[in-house]
Design a protein around this ligand. Structure first.
Ligand code: AMP
Ligand code: MG
Length: 432
């Protein structure tokens, strides 16, 4: 798709500067009513669509979401196989002495019906010559001139039975599953070597704010180090994606020019994230910039703390967020908003609230805004973490959950059941 920065949304006339300024003034004087957390999550879920799926080799499918259900093309295993080195005999053979009539290694395929008193020497993994056999471990027999006697009776059958893992046609990996190592191995087992999956995502992440300097730089008075870039890069890690990150000047005209030079990056982007400038201050032009990039803004405030000035827009299947600059707001907005969009683009079930119990009291005073409160999930309990403001840069280092605290909730005693969003899915989602 072509970048639409210079021309506005497809089918629309270019915005004039005056028109944009007028819209901005109107927006600043009459900011749209904030939507609720529930409405925001529902809108993102409704307005984001899965990207067009593609077939890729297994080697590049780790972390992708399967966009078809894969069923067993045949019984798994496809025949009875020995689990021991030993001798296959009829399962209920009363014979005392057995004649060895053949030898089967793991790669052999020699179907034959065994008679009472007959045995076939088998290696571990060998396909048994017919159904209804058991394998006597070689350690449990005494051999003599091509025959043997069982010296230590066994009850185990020592075989893997045809179809015992999954019968032919059984569901192996359902549509919408994130592919981890085990699932890829399962696909390889059934020869599904080009699974249909979501494409790699392309994300453009732009930071704003003249006070923001790279983390390797020593900030001058008034400056702060950029922590949002690495935060966003790390939070995106579970979704196989190409990430382009750069910083924009804090001036609408200059930022616009900088974006025009990035038309190739925007053309590829499935998602545009802009850090900072999402509020209604004089220099907050994120909403304006997203509009100029061709996005339709669906909401620009959520009645939530932290994370109130969150902007959400779409352009076809492309998605954009303007994220409030404070790192804790980033963390919160990523988990309740960006993660939903990523899941939808990838074609998997979006994250949802879970239920859990407070391991300690939540002593905060009632707040008129709904809150996603950073917490630590340990075992079955949720430990609320202290945080000073949305500018707090320490508490999310320990947080792995966000408690949903409805507006005007009084202090809650330990043991109270609450809704929470897991915030530790970054790595485990690929591993589970
Ligand atoms: P803004 O949303 O632009 O008003 O920014 C809110 C706060 O977030 C300000 O204190 C910014 O300095 C801070 N901030 C903005 N961008 C970043 C960033 N990339 N890393 C760390 N802090 C940031
Ligand atoms: Mg700013």
């Amino acid at each position: 798709m072509k970048a639409t920065f210079a021309t506005g949304a497809p089918g629309q006339q270019p915005y004039s500067e005056m028109e944009t300024q007028r819209n901005n003034l109107a927006a600043a004087e009459h900011p749209p009513a904030p939507c609720s957390l529930k409405e925001a999550m529902a809108a993102i879920q409704r307005l984001c669509e899965p990207l067009v799926a593609e077939r890729v080799p297994l080697e590049t499918a780790l972390g992708r979401v399967l966009r078809e259900s894969v069923c067993a093309p045949e019984d798994i295993p496809a025949c009875d196989r020995s689990t021991r080195d030993g001798y296959a005999i009829l399962q209920h053979d009363p014979a005392q002495v057995f004649q060895v009539v053949d030898t089967l290694y793991a790669a052999d395929w020699k179907p034959r019906q065994l008679k009472p008193g007959e045995a076939v020497r088998v290696a571990t993994g060998a396909a048994l010559p017919c159904a209804g056999l058991r394998v006597v471990m070689q350690e449990n027999v005494a051999t003599q001139d091509g025959s043997f006697r069982i010296v230590t009776p066994e009850t185990a059958l020592n075989r893997r039975q045809r179809g015992e893992d999954v019968p032919a046609g059984g569901l192996l990996v359902p549509l919408g599953t994130r592919l981890n190592a085990g699932k890829l191995a399962l696909l390889a087992t059934v020869g599904c070597v080009q699974p249909r999956v979501n494409p790699r995502l392309c994300v453009v992440h732009l930071t704003t704010g003249d006070e923001v300097v790279p983390p390797e730089q020593t900030p001058l008075p008034g400056q702060i180090r950029d922590s949002n870039s690495i935060l966003i890069r790390s939070l995106l890690q579970p979704w196989p994606c190409d990430i382009f990150q750069t910083h924009l000047p804090e001036d609408f005209a200059l930022a616009k020019t900088a974006c025009e030079k990035l038309s190739a990056e925007f053309a590829r982007a499935d998602m545009v994230l802009i850090s900072g400038g999402a509020s209604v201050g004089e220099k907050d032009f994120t909403s304006q910039l997203l509009t100029r990039l061709g996005f339709t803004i669906h909401f620009s405030q959520v009645n939530l703390r932290p994370g109130k000035p969150l902007i959400f827009g779409t352009q076809g299947r492309r998605v954009a967020f303007g994220l409030p600059g404070n790192p804790l707001s980033h963390f919160v907005c990523f988990h309740f908003a960006v993660a939903i969009a990523l899941a939808r683009l990838a074609g998997e079930a979006p994250p949802q609230f879970w239920r859990g119990r407070l391991a300690a009291p939540l002593t905060a005073a009632p707040c008129p805004r709904e809150t996603l409160w950073p917490a630590r999930r340990e075992g079955a309990g949720l430990l609320p973490l202290p945080w000073s403001s949305s500018g707090d840069v320490t508490c999310f280092a320990a947080a792995n959950a966000l408690l949903r605290v409805p507006a005007n909730t009084p202090p809650l005693p330990a043991g109270t059941e609450v809704d929470f969003l897991p915030a530790d899915f970054q790595l485990p989602s690929i591993l589970t």
